[in-house]
Ligand binder design. Sequence first.
Ligand code: AQP
Length: 342
Amino acid sequence: MTEAVHTPRVFSGIQPTGNLTLGNYLGALKRFVEMQASGVETIYCMVDLHAITTWQDPKDLKRATRELAAGFIAAGLDPARSILFNQSQVPAHAELAWVFNCVARMGWLNRMTQFKDKAGKNRENASVGLFAYPALMAADILVYKATHVPVGDDQKQHIELTRDIAAKFNHDFGVEHFPLTEGVIEGAGMRVMSLRDGSKKMSKSDPSDMSRINLTDDADTISQKIRKARTDPDPLPDTLAGLDDRAEARNLVNIYAALAGMTPDQVVAENAGAQFGQFKPKLADLAVAVLSPINTEMARLMADPGEIDRLLGEGADRAAAIAEPVLEETLDIVGMVRSRRR
Ligand code: AQP
């Protein structure tokens, strides 16, 4: 069977759990904005249904959803050009996820490293939702027949699973309904690591606030966190290969590169021989220059939550107009009698 040609369309999402980090910004948001400028239809979602796979205080979840929407817009996403909405407002995601729960195999989900990491030793006590999370993520993407998904490196396995689900659905029903979506995982910001431990990714849920830069941090806090970031006593080497066994140093070079729009090689060439006492203030100045305007704009937008809700509502209507026909067609393929006119 030849693969059907699907119109290019970009989808991605971020969980409204706590503060947005520099990792979310460089691995996801900044690239969402670049893709918005590419002329392809872009759909970006605050994935609140994913957030509740672990316990969320309801008040905090509402605030985090609006704050994430403010972060999207402050970073450069334009609600008139991209579709911005929160996932729970478009029920087609959850409905398609059920179909995919019946397509995905237990063995596939058992191999998901994110579940293993997040459930930890307490697997028996993890929610069923946390285990089934990747099937919902596949539904988020495929309910728009999205062809490209900009994500950080940690999501690679979930994108592969999305392709497996699409391929199995297409095969089982003898259709070419869903595209085989590509992850867009490229650039120095793909894997931003903790400022305290170069072997762990920078994460919103790390208990140490010093391990990450939040988009809500003010200039002094950003500078202080970078000054205190763990490094080693050696100066920056002449070539990138010289950072191979220096995870923390490599991380700061990567962050600099992603913020400056340079390659890590260029950063090393420009700073060869510099001590971290010189490099860190330079990095701090750059981070403040990029992040401060976002921080200020987020605060301005958060002062009017009613306007954020209005924009999200409009986005949800536009998203539903694409998702509902795809869901209807899917249910028809599966054999559900479509007895109601929708
Ligand atoms: N450290 C990171 N480096 C690069 N990209 C990252 N992303 C997250 N952390 C990094 C990317 O951000 C997008 C949204 O991620 P998510 O909201 O689904 O949550 P996550 O991946 O689980 O992010 P966190 O910060 O680690 O949240 P918690 O702590 O709640 O689990 C994705 O594209 C992701 O790749």
